[in-house]
Structures are given as C-alpha cells and as structure tokens.
Design a protein around this ligand. Sequence first.
Ligand SMILES: CC(=O)N[C@H]1[C@@H](OP(=O)(O)OP(=O)(O)OC[C@H]2O[C@@H](n3ccc(=O)[nH]c3=O)[C@H](O)[C@@H]2O)O[C@H](CO)[C@@H](O)[C@@H]1O
Ligand SMILES: C=C(OP(=O)(O)O)C(=O)O
Length: 416
Amino acid sequence: MDKLLIEGGARLSGEIAISGAKNAALPILCAALLTAEPVTFTNVPRLNDIATLLRLLEQMGVKVSRDGDSVTLDAAGVNNPLASYEMVKTMRASILVLGPLVARFGEARVSLPGGCAIGARPVDQHIKGLQAMGAEVKVEHGYVHAKVPRLKGARLFTDMVTVTGTENLMMAACLADGETVIENAAREPEVVDLANCLVAMGARISGAGGDVIRIQGVPALHGATHRVMPDRIETGTYLCAAAVTGGEVRLTGTSASYLDAVVDKLMDAGCEVFAERDAVRLKAPARLNAVSLRTAPYPAFPTDMQAQFMALNAVADGTAVIRETIFENRFMHAVELQRLGADIKIDGNTAFVKGVAKLQGATVMATDLRASASLIIAGLVAEGETIVDRIYHLDRGYEKLEEKLTALGARVSRIR
Ligand SMILES: CC(=O)N[C@H]1[C@@H](OP(=O)(O)OP(=O)(O)OC[C@H]2O[C@@H](n3ccc(=O)[nH]c3=O)[C@H](O)[C@@H]2O)O[C@H](CO)[C@@H](O)[C@@H]1O
Ligand SMILES: C=C(OP(=O)(O)O)C(=O)O
C-alpha cells in the first residue's frame, strides 16, 4: 500500500494549476446516461473516483473515450442498467446513476452504497424523491430496484439538504412528464455546474443555486460539450497548506468566488487572500490566529474543508472550536493529528483545538479523503519526517498531489 513521506519545514511558494472538481465531475459524467447522443466533458480530473465511475458506466454499455482531461461518453447502447456492489462499495457517488437510469430506461438496480468512515450516509431521500415521482422502489438484497414506465413531475421536499440527493432528483426530473419542484435543494456550486451541463443538453431547469429548483421535463436530451468547474476543495486545501507553512502561493484555473466562507476564515487567521480573475493568491503571516468554525451546507463553511482547518488550527495562536454538523463521524483525523503533537479535545460533534508551537513528525494513518489532506498539511509544518499511510484515499480526490506540492517547494515523495 502506498505511503507518503513528508519532510516538514519547507515554506510553500509559487504557482500551480487547480484541477476540475471531483464532486462536479462525478454527477456530470452520470448525466451522459440521460441521452443517446455523445456528450463531451473537459477539465475532468484524473482521479481514482473518476476511473471507477467510468468503469461502472462502461459495464452498463456506455462507450468511453478519454483524451487528456477530456472525456466523451456515448450512452446510446446502454443495455445493463445495473450498478453492482463491487463497483459501488468503492465509491458512494455511484448512487448518482440511479436517477438518470430510471428516467431514461424506466428501471435501475443500484447497490446500496452502505456506510463509510465519515458517517452512515443513507440514501433514503433519493428513494423518497423517486417514489414521489411515481417510481416503484424496493430495497432488497442490498440493492435499490426502481421501476416506472415514465417518471412524473412532482413537488419534492428533502428532510435535510443533500447534495447528491438534489443532483440525482434533478437529473431524474429532466425526462419526467411535467414539472418537478425540488424544495430545500442543495445550493452547492457543483449542483449549479450540473444544472448548466443539463441545460446545455436540452434540459429546462431554473433556480439552481437557490433552495428551490424547477425542472420542466422534456421527452429527450441531446449531446453537448461541458467544461467541469474548478475544484473548490482542492483550492481550499492548497490555500491551507500554504497558510500553515507561512507561504505565498498563486492557484490558477480556479476562483475565490466559490470559497467565500473558507477565504473569510483564512483572512481571520491572518492571511492575505487576493481574488484574481481566474486565480487565487494567498500570503500567509509568520504565525496564524486560531479560527473557530461550524460546518453547514453551502454557502456556509464546507464539511470537506473541516479537517484541513483542524490541521491549521493545530499550529495557530489560541484555541479554536470546530463544530461538525453534516457528518456524525468526521473527526477521525483528530487522533492522528494528536500523534503529531496536536492538542485536540473532542466532545460529541465539537473539537477544541489549542494551537501548539510545534508539531513533530510521526507515522500516521489516513482514514478518509479530507482526513488525509489534513495529515499532509500537518506533516508539511511538523519537525522532521511524517509518513502518511493508506494514501489510496487521497488518490480518490487529489490529482497529482505530490507533483503539485513539490512544485510549490514541499519535500514529499511516495513510498510504494
Ligand atoms: C460526491 C459528492 O458530491 N460528495 C459530497 C456530497 O456528499 P453527499 O451528497 O453524499 O452528502 P449529502 O449532502 O447527501 O449529506 C448531507 C447529510 O444528509 C444525510 N443524508 C443524505 C441523503 C439522504 O438520503 N439521507 C440522509 O440522511 C447524510 O448522511 C449527511 O448527514 O456532499 C457532502 C456534504 O457537502 C460532501 O461532504 C461530499 O464531498
Ligand atoms: C466525502 C467526500 O467525497 P464522497 O462523497 O465521494 O465520499 C469528499 O469529497 O470529501
């Protein structure tokens, strides 16, 4: 199993390009199932999650061609609307094939994604929405089996804000008979990016980015070309990495506009952040201030940046209070950060992080994607060597991580 070796203490400086967003690319690639015409996507990151999804789509009969960051999908010959446990177990986002398959083929069998390290993550809201649109949905033998001659437009209300739930139902509604209204919709930029792609494919959607999305169903969608938005979480992760090392970096091909809550906290921590046209620049102070935060759905502070800010607070002046309100088990990085010398106390969904003068390198274990990122950030500023074990989590969501960090002056290498 690959590990990452980090020699701490280097100040990050320079410029790197940010990749396309994993969490936008995954639903957008699934949208290709909604049409029999080829769809081309650009700025698709080279990540294990993307490779897994492309394999899953291929198993269903989708023709996949990839050229650099461009992917063309042709779902004309889909003959197997099945997402097996073997594929789904490695990636929860596979549930995003459910809505498009039911909408276009009137039937789908998708393995239940099951729990994962950060929480139980049920898909009851996805199922409830499809049922409200007339689908007969059974959960049996670990599979969601949905069937309907044609989905009907409906008024949908989700019990909580769910990102992939909103995306699944929005895709399903594109081919439904009549109007669907999704209330309490997720407002994440990735939902808007998906809506823009669907509109380019002929869907009639309004309100994406707000909490009520209206979709007028159409009989068929057509081919299109769509560029995936930049990864705001990758952007935020490199900003945190630069911040803890007292560095100065410029991240290109991205925008601060998706990151207001994160940029706000970085500025509270004492960083200067400059929003440029297609880039973000950060200049860190010699010592950071602790910043408290509470995760919540967009536009509030993203749960996917919580772990990285725990690492930042571990070396800041003062005590930060971090509240995680989205996932019930997303503090696993705390124990590993403690191995590096961080002073963190957990009480339920609240972490109290008291900044220390120095972290010390140690061997730590990555438990999930963003936990891995937080350990790397801590390793960059720790004294001596840090080895991060189980970095396959990172390969799910960070393109060319070692290459990008090395370009910024970090001393990191992969041990195979
Ligand atoms: C591929 C992708 O885009 N992943 C992101 C997406 O995950 P994902 O879409 O899975 O997360 P959700 O927004 O659905 O989850 C929010 C909360 O709702 C709960 N819930 C959700 C659906 C449901 O049917 N029932 C239910 O109880 C979840 O357990 C969680 O507590 O949004 C999360 C929250 O911003 C991010 O951390 C993930 O990176
Ligand atoms: C939790 C994440 O991803 P996923 O929903 O794919 O598990 C993430 O991107 O931080």
